[in-house]
Design a protein around this ligand. Structure first.
Ligand SMILES: Nc1ncnc2c1ncn2[C@@H]1O[C@H](COP(=O)(O)OP(=O)(O)OP(=O)(O)O)[C@@H](O)[C@H]1O
Ligand SMILES: [Mg+2]
Length: 376
């Protein structure tokens, strides 16, 4: 099957010195929603601009719908792009803004009118067609910008943080609308954001970037549950995955990890999914566990820690515990009776959700379960 987008060994260096993108390899099936996410300055816009042809590449290649477009002009790449700054023409009406590209391409008047009507009703901006951008709210302007991209049916739609100028409530609404639009049109989207919630809720595939390199490329589920390194574990999720320092303890085949609370008391948790790995007794590891995998259900193996801080947000209580080496374990308890700082809390960790990382490389250590999956 032809990939709608294929990026091979892409490198981008500015002025022969500053390397901004390093060995980028990505591919995407038609109809996908690919998210490029990462902190400010990691190279997301540069990568999107390389796909669009607005930036040249230093080496490597880009294919769109099976065609090598690395040296092709932006207008001939069969893409549409929506920017963060809506880039609307202020003196034109909404109708003229949406029609602009079609007019330039010489699309017949009748077809222009039909197209405008179609996207305007899709985006619910029919009643705004005769206004100028200055008479619109931020959300409405962004809809117009999206509408302008939608009147074409290119192989790829490219979005660079299209919702970041909107207030929190509107962002959530537009996020859902864009996702619905993607499902309805079955078009292929590449979407840049630094917002990990946006990434997790919208994408079918996520590429997490940091420092110009892809840290992990996978489905939202893979990224969330099996982060490939500490960066991904800490960047994705809110609050992020807890990362504690621990040591392996081996008792025959059985493996457990021992970590310290800030008073120096050792706590042990079993990690049976790592039993068959070559981890030796005494090996230092980083133990990762997401806040929602801490349970007040005390039927199994439990640990007891003193609460340092309690934050209540609706039904959830986020309780922070100080652990050794200045690390903090945040637990999310839902629907529990109110807790207080200073109180001892007994809880368990969902063992199968514990992830181990190498403290030197910060890369995930493969568990046996993962190896089995890979072999299948
Ligand atoms: N023309 C340029 N010359 C030199 N360096 C540049 C140039 N344009 C961008 N950079 C650098 O490239 C890096 C990546 O920039 P880019 O705009 O792709 O980041 P980003 O991930 O989109 O960030 P943000 O989330 O802030 O938009 C940054 O360190 C930036 O300073
Ligand atoms: Mg950017």
């Amino acid at each position: 099957m032809i990939k709608i987008l294929k990026i091979n060994a892409l490198e981008k260096t500015y002025d022969n010195t500053v390397q901004v993108l390093n060995d980028i390899n990505l591919d995407m099936e038609a109809g996908g929603f690919l998210i490029l996410v990462g902190p400010s300055g990691c190279g997301k816009s540069t990568l999107l601009n390389c796909i669009a042809g607005l930036e040249t590449t230093t080496s490597g290649s880009i294919e769109i719908a099976g065609r090598d477009v690395t040296q092709v002009e932006p207008k001939d790449r069969d893409i549409s792009m929506v920017f963060q700054s809506y880039a609307l023409y202020p003196t034109m009406t909404v109708r003229e803004n949406i029609a602009f590209g079609m007019r330039v391409r010489g699309v017949p008047k009748e077809e222009q009118r039909n197209k405008i009507q179609e996207v305007a009703s899709q985006l619910q901006i029919d009643h705004l067609l005769d206004r100028k951008p200055g008479q619109l709210s931020g959300g409405q302007r962004q809809r117009v910008a999206i509408g302008r991209a939608l009147v074409r049916h290119p192989s790829l739609y490219l979005f660079d943080e299209p919702l970041s100028n909107l207030d929190a409530k509107l962002r959530v609404e537009m996020r859902a609308e864009l996702k619905a639009l993607h499902e309805k049109t079955r078009a292929s989207f590449v979407y840049v954001t630094h917002d990990q919630v946006e990434a997790m809720t919208m994408g079918t595939q996520i590429a997490v970037l940091n420092g110009g390199s892809i840290q992990q490329y996978g489905t939202p589920d893979e990224i969330y549950h099996n982060p490939s390194n500490v960066f991904v574990a800490s960047f994705m999720g809110s609050p992020p995955m807890n990362i504690l320092k621990g040591k392996i303890e081996r008792n025959g085949q059985a493996l457990s990890v021992c970590f310290l609370s800030d008073d120096g008391i050792p706590h042990r948790v079993n990690v049976p999914h790592y039993d068959g790995t070559p981890l030796q007794h005494g090996t230092e590891v980083l133990l990762g566990i997401r806040p929602e995998y801490c349970y007040l259900d005390n039927s199994g193996e439990t640990i007891e820690l003193r609460a340092m801080q309690v934050e209540v947000t609706g039904v959830d209580q986020f309780v922070k515990f100080r652990c050794g080496d200045d690390r903090v374990l945040t637990a999310r308890f839902s629907d529990a009776s109110p807790m207080h700082a200073g109180a001892n809390v007994r809880f368990s960790l969902k063992t199968s959700e514990i992830r181990l990382f190498d403290p030197g490389t910060e890369k995930a250590i493969d568990s046996v379960a993962e190896k089995l999956v890979e072999r299948i």
